[in-house]
Design a protein around this ligand. Structure first.
Ligand SMILES: [Zn+2]
Length: 462
């Protein structure tokens, strides 16, 4: 068993970080002792000689400046403060940015090794999204923008930095204590699809259908489009949804993933709200129920896609969750672990995780930036979240989102061409593969209509 000796301060936060690094990412048992008094953290193995010493940089600052930007000054993210004399201790980190790095305070004895990164402080900082809670930067939706993140500013958003540091730490652990075994991980692809628009458009109202037919003839000047609108409308009224392109692409997503052996995680929006960005589909409606039935019949998974307001409104979230459960139960569907992804990736770093946890969700998969792909939490592994208000760990797990198709393709974000976009996404996939992590990718059913979109998608999920 590992023994981690830390200073007395910030006990819950230090224990959470230790559980993430040693327990979750390395699969080790550990005991945390609050006995270290020299401004460092020490790792040892019961009954074995030697220890690994870490600098203790972040937690003392956070203790004095809790949730203030002064607790993570820019100097923690740069290497400028180290002279040539210290270069040797960073030799294992060649090619990696040195974040939360420090040098030994005193000469370490021959039996101890110095690991020059405050990996526990960095894990807490990145996994809890502490910087987002400490920052006032928000976009027009009220989201923290990726371009304001320390990871983007200091050039490590495109790499799973914590996983890379864990790999280096494990090399040191293996060299010092060869008998300790690490849990073997395997690269996995986590395919997901948000059903913001389960169907392309309903034809419940003859007025809407008639207006669309007139638009086909008068504006689009296409008789064949008018005919197909008519055909779709008649079919829709017979509850035959096979002509709806968005519903057909949901079936296609399941079919191609089944060929690759992937189980798709869908997230269904519960229903329209006063905000038009929440769409028009209601989870109780016949076409959405038809989609749910097919997802169940093909043994894929369904989670909730909370509307925009739920990220900061616990009552609304509970109400939507209740509707979501009822819709599933009325189909006789009782899933074990139910997940959530917030519509538009809305996230209040002080509240959303606690709301989700209190609702009873088992996992969330909202933590990727809408404006930039990459590693918002510094990892591609699943990990438990932390409540920054009550300052305690949550049961809720996070499956960090690495890339969403709209982030790379939409003009509102990166707006890359298809070729450039696929190159970018495959590089991220490789970065995840190198650390045997989970490549969690989101692609909406409404963006899988053209042959070129579908061919990129196939490459990404295989
Ligand atoms: Zn959405």
């Amino acid at each position: 068993m590992f023994i981690l000796e830390t200073p007395r301060s910030m006990h819950a936060e230090r224990e959470y970080a230790a559980r993430a690094i040693l327990g979750v990412f390395m699969g080790q048992d550990f005991e945390l002792l609050r006995t270290q008094e020299d401004g460092s953290v020490r790792l040892s193995v019961a009954g074995h000689v030697g220890s690994i010493v870490f600098p203790d940089l972040f937690f003392p600052l956070a203790d004095d400046h809790w949730l203030l930007p002064s607790s993570f000054p820019d100097s923690l993210f740069t290497e400028d403060r180290f002279g040539g004399a210290e270069a040797g201790i960073f030799s294992q980190f060649e090619g990696l940015p040195l974040i939360f790095a420090g040098v030994p305070r005193a000469e370490e004895s021959g039996a101890s090794v110095f690991f020059p990164v405050d990996i526990f402080g960095l894990a807490f900082f990145m996994l809890t999204r502490y910087e987002e809670a400490a920052s006032d930067s928000r976009d027009s939706f009220g989201r923290f923008p990726g371009i304001c993140s320390m990871a983007y500013r200091f050039g490590f958003l495109d790499r799973p930095l914590i996983d890379q540091y864990v790999g280096i730490l494990w090399e040191q652990i293996s060299a010092l204590w060869p008998g300790v075994n690490r849990v073997r991980r395997q690269f996995q692809i986590g395919v997901s699809c948000d059903l913001d628009s389960p169907y392309e458009y309903g034809a419940d109202s003859l007025f809407v259908a008639g207006r669309r037919v007139l638009g086909d003839i008068l504006i689009r000047k296409s008789l064949s489009a008018a005919k197909s609108t008519l055909r779709r409308t008649i079919a829709w009224h017979r509850k035959d949804y096979s002509l709806d392109r968005y519903m057909a692409s949901t079936q296609w997503i399941m079919a191609v993933n089944e060929e690759c052996g992937n189980k798709v995680q869908f997230f269904a929006i519960t229903g329209p709200t006063s905000d038009p960005r929440d769409g028009v589909a209601s989870i109780e409606s016949a076409p959405v129920r038809c989609v749910l039935r097919s997802i169940r019949a093909r043994d894929h998974a369904i989670g909730m896609h909370g509307t925009i307001g739920t990220a900061s409104d616990e009552i609304l979230m509970k109400r939507e969750y209740s509707r979501f459960r009822k819709a599933l139960e009325s189909e006789g569907w009782c899933q074990g672990a139910v997940g959530s992804r917030q519509h538009y990736l809305m996230w209040d770093p002080l509240r959303t995780a606690a709301f989700l946890s209190r609702c009873g969700f088992h996992f969330d998969s909202s933590l990727g930036y809408p404006d930039l792909p990459g590693f918002r939490c510094g990892t591609c592994m699943e990990f438990p979240l932390f409540d920054l208000v009550d300052r305690k760990p949550l049961e809720l797990l996070e499956r960090p989102l690495i890339v969403m198709e709209r982030t790379v393709l939409d003009d509102a974000y990166l707006g890359l061409g298809l070729d450039e976009a696929v190159g970018y996404m495959l590089e991220l996939k490789e970065a995840v593969r190198r650390v045997s992590g989970n490549f969690n990718v989101l692609w909406h059913n409404s963006s899988l209509i053209t042959d070129s979109q579908r061919s990129i998608y196939r490459e990404l999920i295989s």
